[in-house]
Design a protein around this ligand. Structure first.
Ligand code: NZQ
Ligand code: ZN
Length: 383
């Protein structure tokens, strides 16, 4: 196991009714801005719960943060923050709203010329406004991690600083009952791939990390399909919400190698062709695992045995069985695993590779040996 430091400073307030605890979480006297997306919170009653919880506090709101949040809209929020001297941000929604709010928190305090440099050039973030969140879509882990992903034109780029890690995250599983099947599926697949990015690499003796990762994968496999059949099942939604949070709150990645190539490639599929984040991962991961089966063989064989309970003697067959079961699971969650499902053919491959070059992502994977030639081979497998 590698050396590591671990701290997760986000206070998790988990369970039904926890939105009511907001007044105790937001510093008294804050000049508060509530940020949200396209209106799902107005339809599912979350906005009303927020309004009731914040009665007696002064607050303003900013809506219209889209999926894959866009720089231009976020900069409008930054203007509002500066004009109204806002000093605390509350994100209410999915990963996009949380990520967008993180960018607003950093951009509002940024002293350089162009806040886009925070993403494009990984500019140093010296200060950020404090923020908290009410999460309505279990998927990204953004509610308790220091990362955000922002889009501008056909560039989709992440940045990371502990200054934008939410101070608190309210996780009420009942807020997820209203998720369309497509977003439930996206969320489960995203969380699954967050685990595999930190687990399907090469062994370094991290038994705790491995067993935690395998537990999270099993919970996702068991509860994901049930959430599609029983959207109002509290225990199912609660287990998915907690699993997705733990999948990317830093814990299982401590002291182990990490891959993240599926994410780097997937982001280009979203930026160029508009696939949802989860959809992009369902296409890339199985093909990446096949292309990298030799380098990842020990962990893939372990995954096959412990997560998919494969009993095949032959290691290669066991690994292929695990990849097929993974594809079938993604399909069961409603996500296709081939580019053809999105009418994408061979011609998308050079575009994805050149986008990766443009954002400087040409040495991917746990060994930094996935260059754009390997990416092209992965995408050919995914046609
Ligand atoms: O905008 P509204 O109206 O709220 O609708 C949203 C949106 O259309 C809807 N939704 C959310 N909660 C709902 C709901 N609809 C009904 N009921 C609810 N309870 O779902 C749609 C998708 O929401 P979005 O926030 O985009 O989804 P998700 O949470 O999957 O976030 C995806 C974004 O997060 C980034 C992705 O790249 C993508 O931009 N990621 C962030 C990460 C991080 N910060 O660590 C890591 C991830 O790997 C990922 O890259
Ligand atoms: Zn993801």
């Amino acid at each position: 196991m590698y050396n590591f430091q671990y701290a997760n400073p986000t206070r998790i307030c988990f369970g039904e009714g926890q939105i009511a605890s907001l007044p105790a979480l937001i510093p008294p006297g804050s000049r508060l801005l509530v940020l949200y997306g396209g209106g799902s919170i107005r339809q599912n009653g979350v906005y009303e719960q927020i309004r009731q919880a914040l009665a007696g506090m002064e607050w303003q709101e900013f809506s219209g943060i889209s999926a894959n949040p866009r720089y231009e809209r976020l900069m409008e929020a930054v203007e509002l923050v500066k004009r109204e001297r806002i000093d605390f941000l509350l994100a209410v929604g999915g990963g996009s709203v949380v990520d967008g709010t993180k960018f607003v928190a950093a951009a509002a305090c940024y002293e350089g010329d162009d806040p886009w440099d925070i993403c494009a050039n990984q500019a140093d973030v010296a200060r950020a406004l404090p923020l908290g969140c009410v999460l309505t879509l279990p998927a990204t882990g953004s509610e308790s991690n220091p990362t955000a992903v922002v889009s501008r034109g056909d560039a989709k780029i992440s940045f990371r600083t502990p200054l934008v890690q939410p101070q608190f995250a309210v996780l009420d599983p009942t807020t997820t009952y209203s998720l369309p099947a497509r977003q439930t599926g996206n969320g489960v697949v995203d969380a699954f791939v967050h685990v595999t990015e930190q687990y399907l690499t090469f062994p370094v003796g991290g038994e705790v990390q491995d067993r935690l990762a395998e537990a999270l994968l099993q919970v996702l496999v068991d509860n994901g399909p049930r959430a599609l059949q029983e959207p109002d099942n509290y225990q199912v939604r609660a287990n998915l919400m907690w699993a997705a949070s733990l999948a990317l709150n830093g814990l299982i990645g401590c002291g182990v190698p990490q891959d993240w190539a599926s994410h780097a490639i997937g982001h280009q599929l979203t930026a160029l062709y508009g696939l949802d984040h989860g959809q992009s991962l369902a296409v890339v991961l199985p093909s990446l695992l096949r292309e990298r089966a030799a380098q990842k063989q020990e962990k893939l064989a372990q995954f096959a045995g412990r997560v998919w309970h494969s009993t095949r003697e032959d290691k290669a067959l066991r690994i292929e069985e695990a990849i097929i079961r993974t594809e079938q699971f993604f399909q069961q969650m409603g996500l296709p695993t081939r580019l053809a499902a999105y009418d994408l053919g061979e011609s998308c491959i050079p575009a994805i590779c050149s986008n990766l070059k443009r954002v400087g992502r040409t040495a991917l994977g746990e060994q930094q040996d996935i260059d754009t030639d390997v990416v092209a081979r992965i995408l050919v497998r995914a046609l």
